[in-house]
Design a protein around this ligand. Structure first.
Ligand code: MN3
Length: 381
């Protein structure tokens, strides 16, 4: 029986994780849950999964839960996230959004917990800190991101073998075939329609701008200890090949399946076991019959190139890339800027950045806070 705590239990990954846990009561038990604002959803989860402690985004929400569940340990804010991250569990699923996931991941690893990581921003901003701590503590860092779960699976049984390239697949998002001019006319509603994956708003916009793939390149660099220049992005609109690894002899091993996040979640929380699924198998004569691969168009979708450059330069660049992107995505969702302004502004911000190196956790959080303010100031907002 594995004891599990979830950061972000009411989001897309959180609820799908709970689906799996509910279907496998002999394998998993919930210890702690943390949510942001969806207090009603959390209340339902508490009734069903009976956690020992919970955390809510703010005190107002925490008060509601305390009134409804007297005797339950209820926390809020960052302190609450850290309580859940270091609760009495075997594995923490981190599906928080954005850099808010970094410190809870750090504290969970510090407390000796295995991590099922769905929060890629953790590694984009603090990859150097987390990977070092993970090896010091001897815990497992298990990717939930479908591409990274694929790479992880391709590498199983190949320990110590030299990787020639990682082939990171990318659906291309809803604007895959657009020109720069077309991107100027994109609306929030257009950008929220992802052709293959149903996800939270931030990651859906990141998929539309292809920044999601840029962040995933950096995530893969840290998870698999490779140079970003040994990672090739393959645009693969069918989302059937979830990623692949090429070895020294040019042999390529790929992982395939239907696009369903419950598969990588199951593997991460069930590891080293696979959890049986009653979902239909991949039909090679239907959705698997026409698999295509294209080169990424980095002249149009500049975010991927900006991410490669930021990681090549290192230091505070990836932190700035991530922090400014989070602010710009939020501004786009609130219709304060156009879709194309996300990448245009990011390009400017990274060009003007004066980097710092050897960042501690505190440094990362400070650089992030500063770039958020600077981004708003630059845009007069
Ligand atoms: Mn992904």
């Amino acid at each position: 029986m594995k004891k599990i705590s979830i950061l972000g239990s009411t989001g897309s990954i959180g609820t799908q994780s709970l689906d799996i846990i509910e279907k496998n009561p002999d394998k998993f038990k919930i210890v702690a849950l943390a949510c942001g604002k969806r207090v009603e959803v959390l209340a339902e989860q508490i009734k069903k999964f009976k956690p020992e402690l919970v955390s809510v985004g703010d005190e107002k929400g925490a008060e509601k839960i305390r009134n409804e569940f007297p005797g339950l340990a209820v926390y809020s804010g960052k302190e609450g996230l850290i309580k859940v991250a270091s609760s009495d569990c075997d594995i923490v699923i981190n599906s928080l959004m954005g850099i808010a996931g970094l410190e809870p991941t750090y504290r969970a690893v510090e407390a000796g917990k295995d991590i099922a990581l769905a929060n890629k921003e953790t590694l984009v901003t603090g990859g150097h800190l987390i990977t070092k701590l993970v090896s010091e503590k001897g815990v497992k860092l298990l990717p939930v991101d479908s591409e990274h779960s694929a790479i992880f699976q391709c590498l199983e049984g190949n320990k110590g073998r030299k990787i020639k390239r990682i082939l990171l697949t990318c659906s291309g998002g809803p604007f895959r075939t657009y020109s720069l001019e077309d991107l100027e006319k994109v609306t929030v509603a257009d950008a929220l329609k992802h052709p293959k994956w149903n996800m939270g708003k931030k990651i859906t916009i990141d998929s539309a701008s292809q920044m999601n793939k840029g962040l995933e390149v950096i995530e893969a660099k840290w998870l698999f200890d490779v140079d970003v220049d040994d990672i090739q992005v393959l645009v693969h609109p069918q989302s059937i090949v979830h990623s692949a690894v090429e070895f020294e002899d040019t042999s390529v091993i790929a992982q395939m399946g239907v696009p369903d996040m419950r598969i990588p979640i199951s593997l991460a929380i069930g590891y080293p076991n696979r959890i049986p699924s009653d979902e239909p198998s991949l039909d090679f004569f239907k959705e698997g019959s026409n698999l295509t691969f294209e080169e990424p168009r980095m002249d149009v979708f500049k975010c991927i190139k900006l991410a490669y450059d930021a990681q090549r330069q290192g230091g505070s660049y990836p932190v700035v890339l991530n922090g400014a992107n989070e602010v710009l995505v939020d501004l786009f969702l609130r219709e304060k800027i156009r879709f194309i302004d996300i990448q245009n502004n990011l390009e400017k911000i990274l060009e003007n950045h004066h980097p710092e190196f050897n960042l501690s956790l505190e440094d990362v959080l400070r650089v992030d806070k500063d770039i958020r303010q600077e981004t708003l100031k630059m845009l007069d907002l």
